[in-house]
Design a protein around this ligand. Structure first.
Ligand SMILES: [Zn+2]
Length: 413
């Protein structure tokens, strides 16, 4: 993409009311726009990154058998009244309104109820199980606090996967698979080292649930990390576990600030019982379907990556989620730059080409702020020195490389 065509502009300063680092950087770099507290629009650069995060999650969920659907955001109260979650104090985050022709409607905060209601029409027998169904859906939550930029939103996309099983043993097997898929996802997103599968309370229906917590100084949660097992325990249950690792017994857990980027629960028969989701087993006996649920918030992931990967000049995107792989900058050599740009595109290397007629200093400052992994500068000086200046965003020094070896250099890096 040519930067002269990009409608967004960078800003030197973040708005004064924006306290979180992720929103400050993403607003300044033109990735997002603030509609109101906890509500942000995604602009071309931001949407490219968000879609890359979503695609990584989608690939890994498909790999464990997930079938993608899209439920509705508008929710019929009827089904939620059955489970008691329409007027529930715990789920007191509804945005509710009235339908003109009568009756109430709510904006979905989560989707167990409508999905179970849907699945009922398709599952009758043990032969129909197991099934795994997921979506990327906009959720709405009327949160009291919304000061963490895109890490705590009132309107956000959620990947929510639900699994349906004939019995608990089958759920356990899939739950393990989902844990592995989640670790793979966070690895691919560039958060592997800092993300811990974290033991959390299982609520009333199972011993533990698991959060996926990423260590960052801006995190709102406290976790207790076991370095031996690369797992952690959350604050709620650390006392119950006597400050010991539930896997190896290690008592030297250390406290870290973290942000919850995903969570998985065994729902067991909580919703299937309430909503009468049953199947017939081999003997023809009617039994409740056993369920699990598995969430990740792509925008929160994006905010977390921004919080972790930055310096005083801007964002430093991991390659897998960067809006582009190469930032090509022309300093008065537009003809040569155009040829390089064409060549990069021919080789399927996603490139933002800064062809604007602005000062070199402004181009470099914008490039650092936007944070694309590789910067390629072509100028009279670089041509005299033998090619283009090549620099990784996380390195200080650039080096000259011949134009003809640029493509192979990027592909190797
Ligand atoms: Zn341990």
């Amino acid at each position: 993409m040519k930067q002269s065509q990009l409608f967004t502009k960078t800003q030197k300063q973040a708005p004064k009311d924006e306290v979180s680092l992720n929103a400050q950087l993403l607003l300044r770099a033109g990735f997002i726009d603030k509609e109101m507290a906890g509500v942000y629009s995604f602009l071309p650069l931001g949407l490219r990154t968000l879609n890359k995060i979503i695609e990584i999650i989608r690939e890994e969920i498909n790999a464990i058998g997930g079938q993608e659907i899209l439920l509705t955001a508008l929710q019929n109260p009827k089904i939620w009244k059955i489970t008691g979650r329409w007027d529930d104090e715990v789920l007191d985050v509804w945005f509710k309104t009235k339908i003109k022709t009568g009756g109430e409607v709510g904006l979905g905060t989560t989707h167990e109820e409508p999905l179970v209601n849907l699945i009922k029409k398709h599952i009758n027998s043990y032969k129909d199980l197991p099934k795994y169904v997921y979506q990327f859906q906009t959720k709405f939550r009327n949160e009291k606090r919304a000061k963490s930029g895109i890490m705590r939103l009132r309107e956000f996309i959620m990947k929510d996967l639900y699994s349906f099983h004939a019995n608990q043993e089958d759920l356990e097997v899939y739950y393990k698979k989902a844990q592995e898929a989640y670790l793979k996802i966070f690895n691919r997103l560039g958060l592997g080292d800092k993300t811990y599968m974290t033991y959390a309370s299982g609520g009333t229906f199972s011993q533990y649930s698991h959060e996926f917590q990423t260590i960052t100084s801006s995190g709102e949660d406290l976790i207790y990390v076991c370095d031996k097992c690369h797992i952690a325990v959350n604050k709620e249950i650390i006392k119950d576990l006597n400050h010991q690792c539930p896997e190896c017994g290690n008592a030297k857990l250390h406290e870290e600030k973290a942000v919850e980027v995903g969570n998985i629960f065994k729902l067991m028969d909580k919703f299937s019982r309430a909503l009468d989701l049953k199947y017939k087993d081999k003997e023809g006996k009617s039994k409740s379907v056993i369920m699990g649920c598995y969430g990740i918030g792509p925008q929160r992931v994006m905010g977390t990556i921004t919080e972790i990967y930055n310096d005083n000049k801007g964002i430093i995107w991991p390659e897998a989620v960067a809006p582009f792989n190469v930032h090509l900058i022309s300093l008065g050599k537009d003809e040569e730059a155009q040829k390089i740009y064409d060549d990069l595109l021919k080789n399927s290397i996603e490139t933002l080409y800064d062809d604007r007629n602005v000062r070199a200093g402004e181009k470099f400052a914008d490039s650092d702020l936007i944070g694309i992994p590789y910067r390629v500068v072509i100028s009279g000086k670089s041509i005299d020195a033998g090619g283009v200046e090549f620099k990784k965003r996380n390195e200080i020094k650039s080096k000259i490389i011949p134009i003809k070896s640029l493509i192979s250099k990027i592909k190797q890096s």
